[in-house]
Design a protein around this ligand. Structure first.
Ligand code: ADP
Length: 684
């Protein structure tokens, strides 16, 4: 078409030139030249147009491909005729009579106004183009809308009245769906971050700026320098600076920990759980830090309270000697808290064997019974008293062990037991002491009653004698009787005096007011006088023997108190010996000097030998005496710092002895006598 037009135009132009030049005589040649010229022009035009045509075809083919692949349809809208014409694909208004109202009918009513306004702006020339994404119904059902993206442009030149619009439309429902899903994910991420009170932030090293994410956007906050200075508590600042430098210099890649921050979230000071991770560029330089920051102030405070509570609980358990245990039926192991047997480390699990090792041999059976409950998973509560040897005390401790099922599986089988092991040693010791004190008090009470009864008897007997013989003395004329009565009165007065002296001495000794004299005397000399003192006391048929093997025995002691001890020994021996002899003596001892009194009397049973040295203790209650003599001797010997004891055999006799610490300077009479003395005294 173009070629024909070019050829005709060429002939006309040439004819016109010829006419102008009035060269009609050359017409045949001109006609020939015109035809040749026209052919050349036509060939030229053909060549040129064919090239651009092939280019256009190529362009159209690419354009078509891209339109097909993107699912885009193209249309033209004639404003004057109100008609849509399809240029490519299958647009929504792909009908011959389709006008603007047809498009509006397809568009969702809610979006319609927006579309109308946009198109009107282009038609009126206000805007050159418009684009919008709206919901369109293709007619499958009333509520079946899909998203279409429209791009509209006015075809006419700017400034000219708009007569035609060119538009593209594309179904973007899938994109929209993906977009919405992405938005949803972002929104839920944002919400969950907000719900967790977690801040997400990153730090750009080059610009030294900290950003935080607010509503899915990065918002610059402050420089790291300001942050460290303003937000970090002074006490944590040094550590934080060090941490920051380690991250920036690449020495640390990740950090997770708690930091106290101030002026964050409008809170004066709070505890934040922070995490940091460094990001490096291809050269390995740290360019960014990113992380999270979560306000855990309340949680931290609760944690502190719980930790404090735990500390108190542990302390309370420790002071109360409570061991808390749990038994796992699966592993057959105990987890015990505050347990000396695992050295107070509950991570060290204990087996039943660990307990058996420390339990008292007599209580092993009790533990075995308990172990049977545990291993057979008996659904019972149990409690038993056991003695354990624990490292802390080094002696048997009394424990109460209780337990009960603590956890069961879905079949009702016990899987765990829990219980306590309580150290009762203190209470048991206290209880025993109380028992002993009670027994002692009861005994004292009994002894007191007995003492009063004895005292009454012991005082009344000599008093009666004194009163009776005084009356007889007054009535008697005979000199012999008078002497005899005076003698009896004198003896009974002595007895009374001894009783009072004994009671007074005991009270003095018990209150510790007795002071011993330190006077040097010769025991050998003093001993010689004892025969006169004791001889008249001897019962009939009983011989008094004095054993004094030394020619001199110099000591520095209180002779009166030594005499008092010997007198008590002899008085007792006289009371319980009816035949044989009563021997008194002294000898050198490794501690100083030993005095003794041996009789051939009734003897003392082994069970009574210890208690007779205590106050008011008597073996035979029908024999005269308050039960004070030996206890006074024991108290005196104790004051001397010495020892007292008895050896005896029932029906054979007794040997009472006392060792008095001193440094005697002595001289033996003869070795034969000394050897005999040593043998007679036995072991002591
Ligand atoms: P008492 O002053 O009443 O004799 P003691 O304290 O001197 O009390 O003696 C306590 C008890 O020891 C006496 O009641 C007696 O049973 C026993 N006893 C002491 N000496 C002898 C002894 N030589 N032979 C047998 N029993 C003795």
């Amino acid at each position: 078409m173009n070629m024909v037009f070019v050829a005709v135009a060429s002939i006309i132009i040439l004819a016109y030139i010829n006419t102008l030049a009035n060269l009609s005589y050359m017409l045949p040649l001109n006609i020939f030249l015109a035809v040749v010229f026209a052919a050349a022009c036509a060939a030229l035009v053909y060549f040129v147009t064919d090239k651009s045509k092939s280019k256009l075809i190529l362009l159209n083919s690419d354009l078509e491909k891209s339109l097909v692949s993107s699912g885009t349809s193209v249309w033209r809208y004639d404003v004057g005729k109100d008609e849509f014409e399809t240029l490519f694909g299958l647009p929504l208004c792909n009908r011959e009579d389709a006008g603007m109202h047809s498009l509006m009918e397809i568009i969702n009513t809610q979006d319609r106004q927006h579309v109308q306004q946009a198109i009107e702006k282009v038609v009126s020339g206000k805007h050159r183009s418009a684009n919008f994404t709206v919901r369109c119904n293709q007619g499958c059902s009333d509520d079946c809308y899909e998203y279409y993206k429209f791009d509209i442009v006015a075809k006419d030149k700017p400034g000219m009245p708009v007569t035609c619009l060119i538009g593209t439309e594309r179904n973007v429902s899938l994109d929209k769906l993906n977009d919405l899903e992405y938005q949803d994910v972002l929104m839920s991420l944002d919400l969950s971050i907000r719900a967790s009170r977690m801040m997400i932030w990153y730090y750009d090293v080059d610009s030294d700026m900290l950003y935080k994410i607010v509503n899915n956007e990065f918002v610059p906050t402050r420089s790291m320098h300001d942050f460290l200075l303003q937000a970090v508590e002074p006490k944590d600042r040094g550590e934080c600076i060090h941490l920051y430098q380690s991250l920036i210099e690449g020495r640390l890649e990740y950090y997770f920990g708690n930091v106290d921050l101030q002026n964050i979230n409008g809170r004066a000071t709070g505890t934040y759980e922070c995490s940091f991770i460094s990001m490096k560029n291809t050269q390995g330089k740290v360019t960014k830090l990113a992380g999270t920051c979560q306000d855990i102030t309340e949680k931290h405070q609760e944690h502190l309270i719980v930790a404090e509570g735990n500390k108190r609980f542990t302390l309370a358990m420790k002071t109360s000697n409570f061991v808390l245990w749990e038994f796992d039926c699966e592993t057959q192991l105990f987890t015990a808290y505050n347990e000396p047997l695992n050295h107070f480390d509950d991570k060290v699990k204990l087996g039943i064997i660990d307990y058996i090792k420390f339990v008292h041999p007599d209580d092993v059976n009790k533990l075995a019974t308990m172990n049977e409950h545990l291993s057979m998973r008996h659904d019972v509560n149990f409690s038993t008293e056991l003695r354990f040897m624990d490292g802390d005390h080094g002696e048997w401790q009394f424990y109460t062990l209780t337990g009960a099922p603590f956890e069961k599986d879905k079949f009702g089988n016990v899987t765990k037991y829990a219980g306590i092991r309580k150290n009762n040693t203190h209470f048991i010791t206290l209880n025993n002491e109380l028992k002993r004190a009670k027994e002692k008090a009861e005994k004292s009470d009994k002894l007191k009653t007995q003492f009063i009864a004895n005292m009454t008897h012991e005082i009344r007997t000599p008093l009666n004698s004194i009163v009776g013989f005084t009356q007889l003395l007054q009535a008697s004329d005979k000199k012999e009787d008078q002497i005899k009565f005076c003698q009896i009165i004198n003896n009974n007065s002595d007895m009374l005096l001894t009783i009072f002296n004994n009671v007074m001495d005991l009270s003095d000794l018990e209150s510790g007011v007795i002071e011993l004299k330190h006077e040097q005397f010769d025991m050998a000399e003093q001993f010689g006088m004892l025969k006169d003192i004791f001889a008249h006391k001897m019962p009939e048929g009983v011989e008094l023997v004095l054993e004094s093997p030394y020619s001199s025995f110099l000591v520095c002691l209180d002779w009166d108190r030594i005499l008092q001890i010997l007198t008590n020994f002899v008085n007792n021996a006289c009371k319980y010996t009816i035949s044989g002899s009563i021997t008194i003596g002294y000898r050198q001892h490794e501690m100083g000097m030993q005095i003794y009194c041996r009789d051939t009397g009734k003897g003392i049973a082994e069970a009574d030998r210890e208690r007779i040295f205590k106050s008011f203790e008597k073996v035979d209650h029908y024999v005269q005496g308050l039960g004070l003599g030996l206890s006074i001797c024991a108290a005196l010997v104790n004051t001397f710092g010495g020892k007292i004891g008895v050896q005896s055999e029932l029906g054979v006799g007794s040997l009472f002895w006392a060792v008095i610490p001193c440094e005697p300077v002595c001289q033996l009479k003869s070795t034969v006598e000394h050897a005999a003395l040593g043998n007679n005294l036995g072991s002591e």
